[in-house]
Design a protein around this ligand. Structure first.
Ligand code: UFG
Length: 325
């Protein structure tokens, strides 16, 4: 069974393609390689193309007749979305509309969509469930919420069924070390902390005065392979006639920036860090209530703690960086 994966050359997309292939599906990657990596596409064909090219995507859908779409392709830097909002509405909302146009022309009516916990904004509760108010605080989160609304309206018309997966903080790497996190520029905590420990520049701890136990921000780090499995379960939910839905993917446990750094240290990587002011738009704490994913998708995170997650990230970065301590 063919599945078209937009953004299949990216971080979460490539891990999902690997698992799709292992489960007997054929992933067809559609990616413009603006941030993805050709060498991450190993489990099916790569079609280099842009989502805005409606004729091309429609032709690809006609040629391959995929049973469903898993849609990752997006611009995904929160900070950049604040300085260049148009890019985020154009690529994320515009690109998705073009894809949906192609799907409607070819009668493909199932999509698993990468949404984000960024759609919740600054939550008022400790554990965020899917009914919490969605008030994004940056254009990235807003663009994802707009797409959720479009999909909700299309599902009401029974045109296209969806599962929108709201991920928390994707982390870690493929346990076999074939693929991992590779962003240019890198802005995420875990890779930057590892790079610092491998001899690159010191890490800034953004904010030490948050209302959290140690004053640094708390995030729910979920292993990228667990996210990949969430996509397959969401796909199979739709294939077996399940209803459209919005589902969190997170572990339900949070770790502070300082906890991440001390665990990296326990694993033998000594990151150099210094305290710095808060980064604009960073909430104090984002932790998922994962009960809906467990109930509807029968999903459970296999990586249970931050140490297991970090050890796969360290192995990947040690393998792919030439710098050593
Ligand atoms: N952080 C630092 N120093 C750094 C980088 C990050 O202290 O150099 C802190 C951040 O302030 C934050 C935490 O580490 O508190 C995690 O930051 P990341 O940049 O790794 O991840 P974010 O939580 O900012 O972003 C992630 C995803 C987004 C998603 C967002 C939802 O990358 O796609 O979660 O809030 F939208």
């Amino acid at each position: 069974m063919k599945i078209l994966v937009t953004g299949g050359a990216g971080y979460i997309g490539s891990h999902t393609c690997k698992l799709l292939a292992q489960m007997g599906y054929e992933p067809i990657t559609y990616d413009n390689l603006s941030t993805g990596h050709k060498e991450f596409v190993k489990w099916g064909p790569l079609i280099i193309g842009d989502l805005h090219d409606t004729n091309k995507i429609t032709q690809i859908l006609k040629n391959y007749c995929p049973t469903a779409i898993i849609h990752f392709a997006a611009s995904a830097y929160v900070g950049e979305s604040v300085t260049d909002p148009f890019k985020y509405y154009w690529n994320n909302v515009g690109g998705t509309l073009s894809l949906l146009n192609g799907m409607r022309k070819t009668n493909i009516n199932k999509i698993v969509f990468s949404s984000s916990c960024a759609t919740y904004g600054v939550p008022e509760v400790e554990l965020i469930n899917e009914s919490c108010p969605q008030k994004p605080v940056n254009p990235y989160g807003q663009s994802k919420l707009m797409i959720e609304q479009i999909l909700r309206d299309l599902a009401d018309k029974e045109e296209i069924k969806h599962i929108c997966l709201r991920y928390f903080n994707a982390a870690g790497a493929d346990k076999e070390g074939e693929i991992g996190e590779k962003h240019y520029p890198e802005t995420h905590l875990i890779p930057l902390a590892i790079f610092s420990g491998l001899g690159q520049s010191a890490l800034s701890i953004f904010g030490t005065d948050f209302p959290t136990p140690d004053g640094t921000a708390v995030r729910d780090y979920v292993h990228v392979e667990d996210l990949a499995r969430g996509h397959i379960l969401a796909l199979e939910h739709l294939l077996s006639g399940g209803e459209s839905d919005f589902i969190n993917l997170g572990t339900g446990k949070g770790n502070s920036v300082r906890e991440v750094l001390s665990t990296i240290k326990e694993l033998g990587i000594h990151a150099i860090s210094h305290d710095a002011p808060r980064r604009e738009g960073d909430p104090a704490s984002l932790v998922a209530d994962k009960s809906k994913a467990m109930r509807i998708l029968k999903w459970q995170n296999e990586y249970k703690n931050i140490k297991q997650i970090l050890s796969t990230a360290i192995a990947w970065h040690q393998k792919t960086t030439s710098l050593t301590n």
